[in-house]
Design a protein around this ligand. Structure first.
Ligand SMILES: [Zn+2]
Length: 236
């Protein structure tokens, strides 16, 4: 319930991810979990944790939808997160050294806090703002070259840990290959409505309090709901 509410009330995605992970994690590297430490995890780590949490809460993958870019048909495909590879961080993690002409410039990987702050930057300058934000030596002057940005992007990509956020699948209708985005924050779309309905059903039938119902393990709650359904069937 707390995770659903954190997801529903988060004012933007990075903020909601921070709230959800802060509630869900028992500790971070054997140290207590704080909002600041969760926000300062790199983006790949946060995505990994969100998908792990989704699996922990009982959704290990399942059915996904896509619209075919060739024939425009909507189709379903199934996948299990456990079958997808996870990219390990590079040896210099969380730092990234970029070689540019005769210089070596050091950056750090972007974090959730950076993602949240970039939302407040005016659009045309947002990318350059981020680049300066990630600089390990803030006084360093960055090259004014269009190619530099893509060299930095590739270097960050090389070092960043990551989960699969894009899969190739073929359309069952026309067999065209489609690249489909897999939202790493799918958990944020969970609504408390389903859970509230369960509480409502159990409370109406057994007259237990909301706290008592939420303290039940999920499988037992489900078992009681099945029993309510069965008893209704018997009455009718
Ligand atoms: Zn198609």
């Amino acid at each position: 319930m707390a995770l659903c509410e954190a997801a529903e009330t988060g004012s933007n995605t990075p903020r909601a991810v921070t709230q959800v992970l802060r509630l869900a994690l028992a500790h971070l590297g054997e140290r207590p979990v704080t909002e600041a430490r969760v926000a300062n995890l790199c983006v790949g780590d946060r995505q990994f944790l969100m998908r792990e949490l989704e699996q922990h809460l009982g959704r290990s993958g399942g059915w996904f939808h896509a619209d075919c870019t060739t024939c425009a048909n909507r189709f379903d495909f199934s996948l299990q997160y456990a079958d997808l590879p996870v990219q390990e961080a590079g040896p210099s993690y969380p730092l990234v050294r970029v070689q540019w002409q005769d210089r070596q410039i050091c950056f750090r990987l972007p974090t959730g806090a950076d993602q949240e702050q970039i939302l407040e930057q005016p659009q045309p300058e947002a990318t350059s703002w981020l680049l300066h934000q990630l600089l390990e030596e803030p006084e360093c002057v960055l090259p004014c070259d269009n190619g530099f940005q893509s060299v930095v992007d590739a270097a960050l990509e090389e070092v960043a840990p990551g989960i699969v956020t894009r899969v190739l699948t073929s359309c069952p209708e026309c067999e065209a290959e489609n690249t489909v985005e897999l939202d790493p924050y799918r958990l944020l779309a969970w609504k408390s409505d389903g859970l509230l309905k369960e509480i409502h059903q159990l409370a109406s039938h057994y007259h237990w309090s909301e706290a008592e119902i939420l303290a039940l393990p999920r499988f037992r709650r489900q078992r009681y709901l099945d029993l309510i359904d069965q008893s209704r069937g018997m009455i009718q």
